[in-house]
Design a protein around this ligand. Structure first.
Ligand code: PHE
Length: 501
């Protein structure tokens, strides 16, 4: 089209051409539409090859009904013909049977108005020999115009008004452009360079090359940045709060653990139902851990089998094979036990510490609106001399207060590795009820003693899910809308920052 347009202006140097006329003059098998011609003209105008001025024309287009009338004649003409063909005249009913109900309805009235027929008694009879179907003539006149843009004024206003009223024609308008030679007009377009290249500089062609002008008005491409998932936003906020409280983050980036660290070091008996494949994902390859600290392992075995530190133990035969089974960690307490073991055995001996972690854990659960096979745990622990249950309650209260949960209740519970243990309940102001929000306790001597921690060191700890507070904060009802392949990306993009005031 580009060449055709420039050529058109070369052929008629001082006259312009109209884009619509030009487009309709092209053979239809070119497949070039009026829009294509406008588009290319605008592109050429951008480089100064042509100038354009728009013009709007109103014209009439025959409706489907209008096209039918133009082909077959108007309703009144049909009625007249039918009546004329019956010398004895027709009743209204007979006319309806001949031309159809719709045509009779419109046509009969118009026949009377035109004085084409008369009515005596029930009978309608023709009062003329012949008629001219003016409506059909007018429509043909409009349709016959080779260029419909010109038909706007070809009929007197009165006739047009009637045709419009009968919904035989509809008003349309079309914008086209008059194209003339522009200041940069040439018979062939030379593509202007967009960029200055090394080659142009090397060869010196940059001096003669034509460059595109800068377009300072263009809108830049939209930048699509990354977005933090709501869980990560809440995690960042929790992290900040825990750091402010003096906690250090534990390294939890290893998801595969041995049963030894996940269960045995926590004094969880080997027959415990949680250690069943129905609850835990065991790893097939490698199925077994390579090593565990030997001395410590012996002390853990002894604690399970015989007890110690005032405990009678579980009094069963500890199975080394069970301890070595690899699994996807079921809780981040598997990392807490490793950190406490390190703390007991570090150079210079034990030092009081506060640790936290927020990371993924895995459980073989049946999935529903509130459960997935994986979730994130927020875990905190404090190891210090002579801590009490009061310290645990105080620490938990401080943490939850910082995330906006001020009303807490504690309920006695059981964990294999803590004694006493407490479930944490928080009052949910939206739901107006108490809901379980975490689990906590003081680690048992059976867990701490084999690690080699001093006798009077107590460890208080608690754990909760990251998902629960995130769903409350972002008002998400179904966990699948928060995590997994069904999450709407748009929701992640627009989720506001997380702040706890
Ligand atoms: N590990 C526990 C759980 O998975 C949470 C917990 C951590 C409980 C620390 C007590 C102490 O639910």
């Amino acid at each position: 089209i580009e060449g055709q347009i420039l050529n058109q202006l070369a052929l008629s140097p001082d006259s312009s051409f109209n884009t619509y006329e030009f487009a309709t003059s092209l053979p239809s098998d070119y497949g070039v539409t009026h829009e294509n011609v406008i588009g290319m003209s605008k592109s050429l105008a951008g480089d100064g090859y042509v100038t354009m001025s728009s013009s709007k024309v109103d014209y009439w287009e025959l409706t489907d009904e209008g096209k039918r009338v133009q082909r077959e004649g108007s309703q009144e003409a049909k009625c007249f013909k039918a009546i004329k063909a019956s010398p004895e005249g027709l009743t209204k009913k007979e006319l309806e049977d001949k031309v159809g109900k719709d045509a009779a309805k419109v046509g009969m009235g118009n026949c009377m108005k035109n004085k084409w027929i008369t009515k005596s008694g029930e009978k309608l009879s023709a009062s003329l020999q012949d008629i001219t179907d003016l409506v059909q003539v007018q429509l043909s006149k409009l349709a016959a115009f080779p260029n419909p843009e010109d038909n706007g004024t070809c009929l007197p206003g009165k006739e047009v008004t009637l045709l419009k009223k009968r919904k035989l024609i509809a008003g349309k308008s079309r914008t086209s452009y008059n194209v003339t030679r522009g200041p940069e007009y040439a018979e062939e377009r030379v593509k202007k360079a967009a960029d200055l290249t090394k080659e142009m500089i090397d060869a010196g062609t940059w001096e003669t090359t034509k460059f595109k002008a800068y377009n300072f008005k263009t809108v830049g491409e939209k930048v699509n940045g990354g977005y933090l998932h709501p869980l990560l936003k809440v995690r960042a906020e929790f992290r900040k709060i825990l750091c402010q409280m003096g906690f250090e983050e534990m390294p939890t980036n290893k998801w595969v653990e041995s049963s030894f660290w996940n269960f045995d070091t926590l004094f969880q008996p080997q027959s415990h139902p949680a250690r069943d494949a129905h609850d835990t994902f065991f790893i097939k390859d490698p199925a077994q851990t390579i090593s565990v600290p030997k001395d410590y392992y012996e002390r853990v075995v002894k604690m399970h089998e015989e007890g110690g530190s005032g405990s009678i133990g579980y009094r069963y035969n500890f199975k080394a094979g069970d301890a070595r089974k690899n699994l996807l960690r079921t809780h981040t307490t598997a990392v807490s036990s490793q950190m406490l073991y390190k703390l007991a055995n570090q150079e210079g001996g034990f030092q009081p510490k506060k640790y936290f972690s927020i990371d993924r854990v895995f459980r073989n659960e049946s999935m529903d609106a509130t459960h997935l096979c994986e979730f994130h745990q927020v875990e905190g622990l404090v190891a210090d001399y002579n801590l009490s249950l009061g310290d645990l309650i105080g620490t938990i209260e401080t943490f939850f207060k910082k995330i906006g949960i001020t009303q807490l209740r504690f309920k006695p519970a059981f964990n294999p590795y803590t004694e006493p243990s407490m479930e944490i309940f928080g009052y949910h102001p939206d739901l107006k009820k108490w809901t379980e929000i975490g689990n906590s306790g003081m680690f048992r001597p059976e867990m701490l003693a084999p690690m080699g921690l001093p006798n009077n060191v107590r460890v208080i700890a608690w754990g909760l899910s990251l998902e629960r507070p995130t769903m409350i904060k972002y008002r998400i009802k179904n966990i699948r809308d928060l995590f997994g392949h069904k999450v709407e990306i748009g929701r992640t993009k627009t989720a506001p920052v997380c702040r706890f005031d």
